[in-house]
Design a protein around this ligand. Structure first.
Ligand code: SF4
Ligand code: SF4
Length: 236
């Protein structure tokens, strides 16, 4: 049997309980959200690093990277001919097509593209989502620094090579390894003798099964019994 007003009291109790509980709602845009460091917000371009290799534009599954360039001659003192280099004229990314897969950032061999966690670039006109070279360059200011190395991970190849170089040629594994040392100890140009191979069994002592073995006869021509061709023809 229900008491009149019981439901109202229960509802007010829930309301009071909720009012005193800490809210978990993120108060965006008053409070900026704390995004993970590897968030994919927008792509920044470091134009100085770009060599116009076109890898990013070719690999982009949405074909939303547009690159134009021209060649320029660079006179190198002492060189027989002037060299040519690509000059970047246009580098646009259409973020209305981009699906933030990150392939372009991954494939760039010259570290010219970076992810920035910045995401507040919504536009009223979809055409304004085409970011040109200068606009992409401005995003570089929002790119976070790279994370620290994992202390338990392997050292970077560049660090290992630099340490080896600083230690001198004796520290290189090739110089310290057994291969070259052993090679230098041996007489150059002289091959080590081959291990002796077991010869074919004697014809008289060999059973019929061994005498018919073809590999022994073919690999040891000196031990092969001389069989005249007419003898074989006579048997046929
Ligand atoms: S993130 Fe993916 S879709 Fe966007 S520009 Fe790069 S490769 Fe193209
Ligand atoms: S892959 Fe890198 S270097 Fe090559 S065109 Fe793209 S941004 Fe430039």
């Amino acid at each position: 049997m229900s008491v009149p007003g019981e439901g109202l009291a229960k509802g007010l109790a829930v309301t009071l309980k909720t009012m005193t509980r800490r809210s978990h709602t993120q108060q965006y845009p008053d409070v900026a959200p704390e995004l993970p460091p590897r968030s994919r917000g927008v792509i920044g371009l470091l134009a100085e690093n770009c060599t116009v290799c076109m890898l990013c534009a070719r690999e982009c599954p949405d074909w939303c990277i547009y690159i134009d360039s021209h060649k320029e001659e660079v006179v190198v003192p002492g060189a027989a001919r002037p060299r040519q280099r690509n000059v970047l004229d246009r580098f646009d990314i259409d973020f209305s097509l981009c699906m933030y897969c990150g392939i372009c950032v991954e494939v760039c061999p010259f570290d010219a593209l970076y992810w920035s966690p910045e995401f507040e670039y919504a536009e009223y006109d979809i055409k304004d989502l085409l970011h040109d070279k200068d606009h992409l360059g401005e995003w570089m200011a929002t790119v976070p620094p790279p994370p620290a190395h994992d202390r338990r991970g392997e050292p970077a190849k560049e660090e290992t090579a630099a340490a080896r170089k600083a230690a001198g040629p004796a520290a290189t594994p090739r110089a310290a390894g057994p291969g070259p040392a052993a090679r230098s100890a041996s007489t150059p140009g002289v091959r080590p003798p081959r291990p002796a191979r077991p010869g074919p069994p004697a014809a008289s002592a060999a059973p019929p099964v061994d005498s018919a073995a073809p590999p022994a006869a073919s690999t040891e021509p000196s031990a092969q019994p001389a069989e005249p061709p007419e003898a074989s023809g006579a048997t046929e």
